[in-house]
Design a protein around this ligand. Structure first.
Ligand code: GLY
Length: 421
């Protein structure tokens, strides 16, 4: 089978590494990929948003399965365009991907189908949003842009000034373009956050190992939000009792709700949960594998990912025996100095072989291959993942391997996997 993975980050590298283990995977391409991915797949210089380019390439190269990994091409209808040409895909259609692409769609779905989540109001008019904030006067409060905003469209405002500033920036300042023209103002839920990625074929939903990620740039959950500075799985917070409740109150109702609305979801449904004193509630849905969560969840998968993806496509997920490895996985992200603000690329990277020789897997998020070796080419550069018998063991091994890697300005959090945050 010839497989094409669309995307270019650590998540895509983790998907490719897992697909490579399938006896059916004869050849893997990646559009556009990155330097490190090119060691595992043939990278093709087609942008992840170039729907026509991906369709033409898939036709010309008789691709058997296209995995659309990032949110933007899913929301833009890449899966629909490929399906229209009879090409097998993994990922939801544009209509189903609204569960991520429109926060208002997702909240309305949850409200209509009694799926637990934070209470909210929707505003198209900035004056009304500002007056609602004044009248409600409860902090912290969550301000969310309706549309996709590179993971930056959520502000937890601690004061009235912060809340108003967020609304003004999104609705009047055009901070996220059209994505911020409509905002939600939400109750701020209290509790720990857990990610549950689920395979979903529209009939059956199968949760993967629950994980946790670390979004802030500095230790102790300080500093601005990033795309994710590390992750670990399984989450000790996701007990059997919580898992059963989540399945009953959230996962199955979401699957049924999407079908009832006519948007059958096939792909990976990312359910971001807040474990509140009243039980698990949905923070957000995404229509794809999470990043960096995929870099700890897929290494624990002990079944053939290609076979699962094909079963999802053919709505045969119920027949699959999906197995997981015992133990735990931890991923430490190495980022460029200055990230998530301004940073410079082109810094030579050393120690990659030494890190892998210690048993870790190094996923490339933003690297370029040059004649002299790999150089940095992104904010998040590498994700160093290790498996262990226990979470503590996995964390220790991931850090020991990450310490081997050097580039000018490299930055990593030192507290990945700490449970007291
Ligand atoms: N780790 C958060 C995300 O993938 O959206």
């Amino acid at each position: 089978m010839k497989i094409l993975v669309v995307g270019s980050g650590g998540r895509e590298h983790a998907i490719i590494r897992k697909l490579k283990q399938s006896p059916k995977a004869e050849k893997i391409f990646c559009c556009p990929g990155n330097g490190g991915i090119s060691a595992d797949a043939e990278c093709v210089a087609i942008n992840a948003m170039d729907i026509e380019g991906v369709v033409n390439f898939s036709k010309e190269n008789q691709i058997d399965l296209v995995v659309v990994a990032p949110d933007d091409p899913l929301a833009a209808g890449m899966v629909d365009a490929l399906n229209a040409e009879g090409i097998m895909t993994f990922g939801p259609t544009k209509a189903a991907a609204q569960i991520e692409a429109s926060k208002v769609f997702a909240k309305d779905l949850m409200k209509q189908h009694n799926i637990p989540t934070a209470s909210y109001e929707v505003f198209d008019d900035p004056a009304k949003a500002l007056s609602y904030i004044e009248q409600k006067n409860e902090y912290p409060v969550v301000i969310k842009a309706d549309g996709l905003a590179l993971g930056k469209g959520v502000v937890v405002a601690a004061t009235i000034d912060e809340a108003k500033q967020a609304v003004i920036e999104m609705m009047q300042g055009g901070k996220f373009g059209r994505s911020g023209a409509r905002v939600l103002i939400e109750e701020c839920m209290v509790g720990r956050e857990v990610t549950v990625l689920c395979f979903c074929d529209g009939k059956t939903i199968v949760p993967m190992k629950a994980s946790q990620d670390h979004k802030r740039v500095f230790d102790g959950d300080k500093g601005p939000n990033t795309g994710g500075m590390g992750a670990f799985a399984p989450s000790p917070l996701y007990t059997r009792h919580i898992a059963e409740r989540t399945e009953r109150e959230i996962l199955l109702p979401t699957l049924r709700a999407m079908n009832a609305e006519g948007f059958t979801f096939k792909g990976v449904l990312y359910v971001g949960l807040r474990l509140t004193k009243d039980g698990p509630k949905v923070v957000e849905y995404n229509a794809r594998f999470g990043d960096p969560e995929t870099q700890v969840v897929l290494p624990l998968l002990d079944s053939d990912l290609f076979a699962i993806m094909r079963a999802v496509r053919e709505q045969r997920l119920a027949e699959m025996d999906i197995r997981w490895k015992d133990g735990a996985a931890a991923c430490v992200v190495l980022a460029s100095g200055g990230y998530p603000g301004k940073y410079e690329g082109g810094k030579p990277i050393s120690g990659l072989e030494e890190a892998e020789a210690m048993g870790a897997t190094v996923y490339h998020a933003g690297t370029k291959r040059t004649d002299a070796g790999y150089v940095t080419a992104g904010g998040r550069v590498l994700g160093v993942t290790a498996l262990g018998d226990t979470l503590a063991d996995a964390i220790h091994k991931a850090y020991a391997a990450a310490e081997q890697i050097h580039f000018d300005g490299a930055h990593m959090r030192r507290d990945i996997g700490k449970m007291d945050m």
